[in-house]
Design a protein around this ligand. Structure first.
Ligand code: CP3
Length: 354
C-alpha cells in the first residue's frame, strides 16, 4: 500500500518545509453542515453506526473533499470510541450529545477499565483508515486522531458533556492518585490506538485536548500535558522512510504554548483566541502552527471571511510552517458556500507569503 501523494503540501507545512501556498483543512469538515453528510447519517440510522461502518465512514470522509479543494482528509470517527472500547458503553441521545452507560468515579471502576485490544475492539477504526487511504488514492494525506487522556477522562468521569467539569476536577483535586491511574491507562491505550492508525495508513496524527483549557496552570501541567508528552514519546515517527508528523491541540491552551511546543510534537494547534503571529514568535522555531480563524466567521459574508483570512495569514507572515484551520470545529449551521469562500481565500491570498 504505497501510494504516491499528489498533494503533500499539508505534510510539508507540518514539517516546516517550503510550500507554494498555505494548506488548509477544517476541523469537523465532515459534519452536519453538509446535506450529503446528513443523508448518509440518515441511511446509517445513527452517528455511531456511521462511525462503526468503514464503508460509510469512508464515504463521509471524502464528502468535504469532493466539494472543496482541501489539503488533508481526516478520518471520520469520534474521540469517544476509546472510552467505549474501554467498556463504558457510549450512546448518543438526540439533542443531548454523548453519554456513557457507566462512569469511572472510584477505584473499583478504574480497576474494571478494560485495556482494549485495538486490533479487535477498535478494528472498525483501523479498517476505516485503510479503506479511506485506498479511496483517497493519494489525493491528499489522511489524518488520524485521538482525544487526549485528560479530555477523554472528562467524559469518562462526568459520563457525558459538562458545563463545569465539577466531577472530574473534584477527582483531580481530591484523589489525584486515582486520577493519575485513569490518565495513565488511557494514555497507554491512546498511544497504541494512534500507532495502529499509523500502521493502517494515517499519514499524520492529531491529539484533541478539547478540555485542557478548563484546567488551572498547575493542573494542566500535572493532568494534561505530561500524558500528551507520553503519547508523543511513544508514537511511530516514520513509516516506510516517510515522516509521520503529529499535532497537539489544546483548546484554550494559548497561555501554555511554550510548554506544549516543548513536548516534542511537530505542530501545535491554536484556537481563535490567540494571535498566531505572537504564537509564531514564541514557538515558531520549534513547531509548525495550525489554526486559527474563529469558526463563527463563516456566519459572516464571503467578503468578511476573506478579510479575516488575510488578517490570519498576515499575522503568521512569510514562510512555511502554517497549516490554516478553524480554531475549533465548524458549526452545523454553517452555509457550505461560505466554507467554499474560506478555502478559496486561503489558497489565493496565501501565495504571496511563500
Ligand atoms: O473533523 C472531522 O471531520 C472528523 C470527525 C470528528 C468528529 N468528532 C465527528 C463528530 C472529530 C475529529 C471529532 C472529535 C471530537 N469528538 C472532539 C474533539 C474536538 C472538539 O470538537 O473539541 C470531541 C470533544 C468529541 C465528542 C463529541 N462528539 C461531542 C461532544 C459530540 C456532540 C456534539 C455535536 O456536535 O453534536 C460529538 C458528535 C460528533 N462527532 C458529530 C460529528 C460529525 C455530530 C454527530 C451527528 O452527526 O449527530
Amino acid at each position: 500500500m504505497n501510494f504516491k501523494l499528489k498533494n503533500d503540501t499539508f505534510l510539508r507545512a507540518l514539517l516546516r518545509q517550503p510550500t507554494e501556498y498555505t494548506p488548509l483543512w477544517m476541523m469537523r469538515q465532515a459534519g452536519r453542515y453538509l446535506p450529503e453528510y446528513c443523508a448518509t447519517r440518515k441511511r446509517a440510522g445513527s452517528f455511531l453506526n456511521l462511525c462503526k461502518s468503514p464503508d460509510m465512514a469512508t464515504e463521509v470522509t471524502l464528502q468535504p473533499l469532493d466539494r472543496f479543494p482541501l489539503d488533508a482528509a481526516i478520518l471520520f470517527s469520534d474521540i469517544l470510541t476509546v472510552p467505549d472500547a474501554m467498556g463504558l458503553g457510549l450512546y448518543f441521545s438526540e439533542g443531548e450529545g454523548p453519554k456513557f452507560e457507566r462512569t469511572v468515579r472510584d477505584e473499583a471502576a478504574v480497576k474494571a477499565l478494560h485495556v482494549p485490544d485495538i486490533g479487535k475492539d477498535l478494528k472498525y477504526v483501523t479498517d476505516a483508515v485503510s479503506q479511506i487511504r485506498k479511496a483517497l488514492d493519494g489525493r491528499v494525506p489522511l489524518i488520524g486522531f485521538s482525544g487526549s487522556p485528560w479530555t477523554l477522562a472528562c467524559y469518562m468521569v462526568e459520563g457525558g458533556s459538562s458545563d463545569d467539569y465539577a466531577k472530574v476536577k473534584t477527582m483531580a483535586y481530591s484523589e489525584p492518585k486515582l486520577m493519575h491511574q485513569i490518565l495513565s491507562k488511557t494514555a497507554d491505550t491512546v498511544t497504541q490506538y494512534l500507532n495502529a492508525q499509523i500502521e493502517a495508513g494515517a499519514q499524520a496524527v492529531m491529539i484533541f485536548d478539547s478540555w485542557g483549557g478548563a484546567l488551572s496552570h498547575a493542573a494542566y501541567h500535572e493532568f494534561s500535558l505530561p500524558y500528551m508528552q507520553r503519547i508523543v514519546d511513544g508514537l511511530i515517527k516514520e513509516k516506510d522512510g516517510v515522516k509521520i508528523p503529529n499535532i497537539v491541540f489544546t483548546k484554550g491552551g494559548g497561555l501554555w504554548i511554550e510548554s506544549i511546543a516543548n513536548i516534542g510534537c511537530d505542530a501545535v494547534g491554536l484556537d481563535w483566541t490567540m494571535d498566531i503571529g505572537i504564537a509564531r514568535q514564541k514557538v515558531g522555531h520549534k513547531v509548525a502552527l495550525q489554526g486559527n480563524i474563529d469558526p463563527l466567521i463563516l456566519f459572516a459574508s464571503p467578503d468578511a471571511i476573506r478579510a479575516e483570512v488575510e488578517k490570519v495569514l498576515a499575522s503568521y507572515g512569510y514562510g512555511s510552517g502554517h497549516v490554516f484551520n478553524l480554531g475549533h470545529g465548524i458549526s452545523q449551521h454553517t452555509n457550505p458556500e461560505h466554507a467554499a469562500a474560506l478555502v478559496q481565500a486561503v489558497h489565493e491570498l496565501s501565495r504571496k507569503y511563500h
